[in-house]
Design a protein around this ligand. Structure first.
Ligand SMILES: NC(=O)C1=CN([C@@H]2O[C@H](COP(=O)(O)OP(=O)(O)OC[C@H]3O[C@@H](n4cnc5c(N)ncnc54)[C@H](OP(=O)(O)O)[C@@H]3O)[C@@H](O)[C@H]2O)C=CC1
Ligand SMILES: Nc1nc(=O)c2c([nH]1)NC[C@@H]1CN(c3ccc(C(=O)N[C@@H](CCC(=O)O)C(=O)O)cc3)C=[N+]21
Length: 297
């Protein structure tokens, strides 16, 4: 029997632990605060940002939301970040990616105070992660680590294949998988659009993590029996539904399920963990900035 991993359930468990930490902080007169900044007219980005704000509300984290029109100069975004860096009520800052083409992404990430960088994208935090001394683990890869642990999937000594090398998902995921200790010690291959014979790589894997942004590109024929399949992809494809689209992953769910030992669905797989780990990092940020100790799950 293939296990269909329930990301909503695992996410809820983590969120409950984070909510308890929030209560501890509030009892010490520290209300964790998360600022989200959206500079895009993209519908999907708006959906994700509002989900993040809703999660804050449910847990008792104070949410601050900023919208900047996509045709504003980069300077407008920079000055918003400067204000949030200086605001003691804001412990975490998330600038929703992607930003418009005229805004230099690297300058945005470097502008955020690394102590408030709850995405973990600032070079200082990336460096710490690579050095094995992470402050804020990037939310999606950290969430995937939690999924694997909760599902009882051992990573040590296993062959893991990460499809995608983005700064948000692929690279930090591979870095976590090769760390020493629990959730790491995997022999990790990172594939991308220039990889020759991807199927040969994925067929040799015990764990496949698909984060390419290409609808249903990994199918059952590319997998060996018994593989754990983590589908990060969230693709909107045109469909005759109320919203006019349907969400599909980077994995062809039915054919992959037939081969897999365990598999995450889309939606309801990795996505809820990304949000849960963002709440986790925000509470950690509030603890680090206030000096109030908490024991995160
Ligand atoms: N569930 C969640 O919480 C989240 C989901 N996502 C989703 O995950 C997916 C990936 O996101 P993100 O990492 O930001 O995407 P990017 O577009 O930044 O990166 C995609 C990566 O996949 C590689 N790639 C593209 N096509 C192929 C191919 N045919 N074969 C092999 N590799 C390929 C690219 O290679 P190259 O570098 O050579 O161009 C690149 O490294 C998207 O669908 C996104 O919506 C993202 C974040 C969170
Ligand atoms: N600075 C920054 N940080 C991010 O973490 C970040 C970002 N930019 N840009 C875009 C990606 C994407 N992302 C998702 C988060 C949750 C779901 C999620 O919860 N999805 C639901 C379904 C959502 C729906 O219905 O559309 C699910 O999979 O069940 C998806 C995608 C965070 N990202």
């Amino acid at each position: 029997m293939t296990t269909i991993i329930d990301g909503n359930e695992i996410g809820d468990q983590i969120t409950a632990g984070v909510a308890a930490c929030t209560d501890t902080l509030v009892g010490e007169a520290v209300t964790p605060g998360l600022a989200t900044v959206l500079m895009s007219d993209d519908g999907a980005s708006e959906t994700y940002v509002s989900m993040k704000q809703q999660a804050c509300e449910e847990i008792g984290i104070e949410g601050f939301h900023y919208e900047i029109s996509a045709d504003e100069p980069a300077e407008t975004l920079f000055s918003t970040i400067d204000e949030l860096n200086a605001d003691p009520a804001v412990h975490g800052i998330l600038v929703q990616m992607p930003v418009p083409d005229h805004v230099p992404k690297r300058d945005v990430l470097e502008r955020i105070d690394p102590m408030k960088d709850v995405d973990g994208f600032h070079p200082e935090n990336v460096g710490r992660l690579v050095a094995g001394n992470a402050r804020y683990k990037p939310c999606t890869p950290h969430g995937i680590q939690k999924i694997l642990a909760e599902t009882g999937v051992e990573t040590e000594g296993k062959d893991a294949v990460v499809v995608g090398r983005s700064d948000i998902v692929g690279k930090p995921m591979a870095n976590l998988l090769i760390q020493y200790g629990p959730g790491g010690n995997a022999t990790t291959t990172v594939c991308h659009s220039r990889t020759d014979d991807l199927a040969e790589k994925t067929r040799n894997a015990d764990i496949v993590i698909a984060a390419a942004g290409v609808p249903e590109m990994i199918d059952g024929s590319m997998l060996s029996a018994g593989t754990t399949v983590i589908d990060v992809g969230i693709n909107r494809v045109d469909a005759d539904t109320e919203k006019g689209y349907e969400l599909v992953g980077d994995v062809d769910f039915e054919s992959a399920k037939a081969k897999a030992d365990a598999i995450t669905p889309v939606p309801g797989g990795v996505g809820p963990l990304t949000i849960a780990m963002l709440m986790y990092n925000t509470v950690k940020a509030a603890s680090l900035q206030s000096g109030v100790d908490i024991s995160l799950p």
